[in-house]
Design a protein around this ligand. Structure first.
Ligand code: NAD
Ligand code: UDP
Length: 321
């Protein structure tokens, strides 16, 4: 198949490009590197079935060769990134999704939207099932991301209903693994980088907020299975082991053998207090559940971060702020 992936040079997009090339498909990756990294696709560029288009997907894009799938991953995803680029984040969630749906319609292609658990906002129910409508502050600092993704879901379902586009909407819960940017500001990359470089681990608030962390390989497998099932979504994908941020910090210090200390910093505004997916639908539809334990996933991620640090890097490493 011929598959267009927006945001293909990002953390998740690059894993997906690699998996699809591995399955024999042709992959066209579109990215403007606003939060992605060229090094994520360097090795993929050597594959004849891979091509890269440097493009901002909020602007029109015409692809000549017939596409089978359009997978829309482009968007800043870390709170630090989308707080820095709130307007670009809203634009890629709305205009970018509109453009991708237009491409899917023109090609009669299957459309995939990488939505997010953030559509549930600061949830009042836990775990969060797909039927929960969420608790989002429409004008808060995070709204550029949350509301853009909610609009993206609405736009996707409008195309599904009006133009009968074959769509798949996944609400991705916190996912981590190799190829995250050291300084992307997310808790997993911050803590691992801080622990490996002897810096203090920055726990926000008292560290009692919770998240459930999914290892990237499990997520990609879930997404690929979902593409083959005849159901538009939305579908939660993630992991169900819920841990506090403080527990995560201590675990990373132990697994890296670091001498780093923990420092408590102010909480960001509208930070969801807890997050854990209800995965019953994913299990029923896909027979899927995440396989990698938190300990094993963190160990693999630490190994990758260590290797990257040791390589000395071609690009500049900045400390997480
Ligand atoms: P990322 O920041 O690593 O990747 C996003 C990619 O999109 C980057 O390569 C960036 O340069 C590109 N991009 C952004 N705006 C663009 C534009 N206008 N035109 C072209 N390219 C653009 O983030 P990620 O973690 O890989 O997230 C990928 C997708 O998955 C996002 O849509 C995000 O909302 C969703 N998601 C991720 C998580 C997670 O835990 N990683 C959780 C929920 C949802
Ligand atoms: N967090 C933290 N220290 C950090 C980065 C994040 O304590 O250096 C907390 C953050 O306040 C949130 C959780 O970790 O409660 C997850 O944050 P992240 O930015 O990874 O993603 P989110 O789930 O909020 O989108």
């Amino acid at each position: 198949m011929k598959i267009l992936i927006t945001g293909g040079a990002g953390f998740l997009g690059s894993h997906l490009c690699r998996a699809l090339l591995g399955n024999g498909h042709r992959v066209i990756c579109v990215d403007n590197f606003i939060t992605g990294q060229e090094k994520n696709i360097e090795e993929l560029k050597r594959n004849k079935r891979f091509s890269f288009i440097y493009h901002d997907i909020t602007k029109s894009l015409y692809i000549e060769e017939r596409l089978d799938w359009v997978m829309h991953f482009a968007s800043p995803a870390s709170p630090k990134d989308y707080l820095k680029h709130p307007i670009k984040t809203i634009k890629v969630g709305t205009l970018g999704t509109h453009n991708c749906l237009g491409i899917a319609k023109a090609h009669q292609a299957r459309f995939f939207l990488a939505s997010t658990s953030e559509v549930y906002g600061d949830p009042l129910v836990s775990p969060q099932p797909e039927t929960y409508w969420g608790n989002v502050n429409p004008i808060g600092e995070r709204s550029c991301y949350d509301e853009a993704k909610r609009a993206a879901e609405a736009m996707t379902f409008a195309y599904f209903r009006q133009h009968k586009i074959n769509v798949r909407v996944v609400r991705i819960f916190n996912t981590y693994g190799p190829c995250m940017r050291f300084n992307d500001g997310r808790v997993m990359s911050n803590f691992i980088y801080q622990a490996l470089t002897g810096k203090e681990l920055t726990v926000y608030g008292e560290g009692n907020y919770t998240r459930s962390f999914c290892y990237v390989d499990d997520l990609i497998e879930g997404i690929l299975r979902f593409m083959e099932v005849d159901y538009p979504g939305p579908l939660n994908l993630g992991a169900t082991y819920e841990c506090t941020v403080l527990e995560l910090a201590k675990k990373i210090i132990a697994l890296t053998g670091s001498k780093s200390k923990i420092v408590f910093c102010p909480l960001p505004s509208d930070d969801p207090k807890q997050r854990k997916p209800d995965l019953r639908l994913a299990k029923k539809l896909l027979g899927w559940k995440p396989k990698t334990s938190l300990t094993d996933g963190i160990k693999k991620t630490i190994d990758w971060f260590k290797e990257e640090l040791e390589k000395g890097r071609k690009f500049q490493i900045r400390s997480p702020q």
